[in-house]
Design a protein around this ligand. Structure first.
Ligand SMILES: NC(=O)c1ccc[n+]([C@@H]2O[C@H](COP(=O)([O-])OP(=O)(O)OC[C@H]3O[C@@H](n4cnc5c(N)ncnc54)[C@H](OP(=O)(O)O)[C@@H]3O)[C@@H](O)[C@H]2O)c1
Length: 225
């Protein structure tokens, strides 16, 4: 990664920080972006803002720069249980908001994955790829700070125990950052005609897309890291 510049969002803690460290160890010049708490109060539902609007807006604004420095890779991080239909009429959980852990978190991660694929298609051929990594689970500042009300009702009585055992039961953060570090740095990946990444050797590790189209029919497949 020597000579490469990497911009890491959420790099002041958790998986983002480990990703930044991992890429710096590989020799990359890493730029960490922090949040501006004042500007975060924008009237948009927070999970949707963080998981979808922020990566979309940032990536779009960086496309000219990324194109000028191509080949370039965008890595978005999914999480939770990202499957099920995208409800275009409920992007901010206006109709159904079951709390962070289940509904809105998973929904926004699915939307982010679909958004990543659309962005990938738009930049296809430019030398930029848009990719999604799944980190697994790790004990991070974010999930350690989860309030009990963020847990599904059935788990709330044991939520304090789950939080206590989190650091023991969950993978260490370095392990969770492996997929993002790998996708950002490995020479094993090259641009596919669809704007996503495909292995330089061997068959593409395709799997069904985890969302269904508006018609409810599963649609195609996507690459995984
Ligand atoms: N941890 C897991 O088990 C797990 C599992 C699957 C997927 N993921 C995904 O991996 C990514 C990182 O997760 P994590 O557990 O490492 O998260 P985290 O502990 O909350 O990450 C900390 C980083 O995110 C920033 N951040 C937190 N809330 C923010 C907000 N509302 N707006 C802007 N920045 C914010 C923090 O900034 P400050 O320093 O300013 O607080 C810090 O840089 C997320 O996309 C998450 O969905 C995590």
């Amino acid at each position: 990664m020597r000579g490469k510049r990497v911009l890491v969002t959420g790099g002041t803690g958790g998986i983002g920080m480990e990703t930044a460290r991992g890429l710096a160890r590989l020799g990359a010049h890493v730029i960490v972006v922090g949040r501006d708490a004042r500007r975060a109060e924008d009237g948009v539902e927070k999970t949707f803002a963080v998981n979808v609007l922020a990566p979309f807006t940032l990536t779009r604004s960086l496309v000219p720069l990324l194109g000028a420095g191509a080949p370039a890779r965008v890595i978005n991080i999914t999480g939770g249980i990202p499957r099920g239909p995208i409800d275009l009429g409920d992007l901010q959980g206006e109709k159904r908001y079951l709390g962070w852990t289940f509904s809105q978190y998973n929904h926004t991660k699915v939307i982010m994955m679909a958004m990543s694929l659309t962005l990938a298609e738009r930049v296809a051929g430019s030398g930029i790829t848009v990719n999604v990594a799944y980190p697994g689970h790790a004990s991070t500042p974010g999930n350690r700070a989860l309030p009990v009300r963020a847990f599904p009702l059935a788990y709330r009585p044991v939520a304090p125990l789950v939080r206590l055992l989190g650091p023991v039961l969950l993978a260490d953060v370095g392990k969770a950052a492996r997929s993002s570090v790998h996708l950002a740095s490995s020479p094993r990946w090259r641009a596919s005609p669809a704007g996503t990444s495909t292995p330089t050797a061997g068959p593409p590790p395709g799997r069904p897309r985890p969302w269904t189209s508006a018609t409810g029919r599963p649609s195609g497949s996507c690459a995984r890291g």
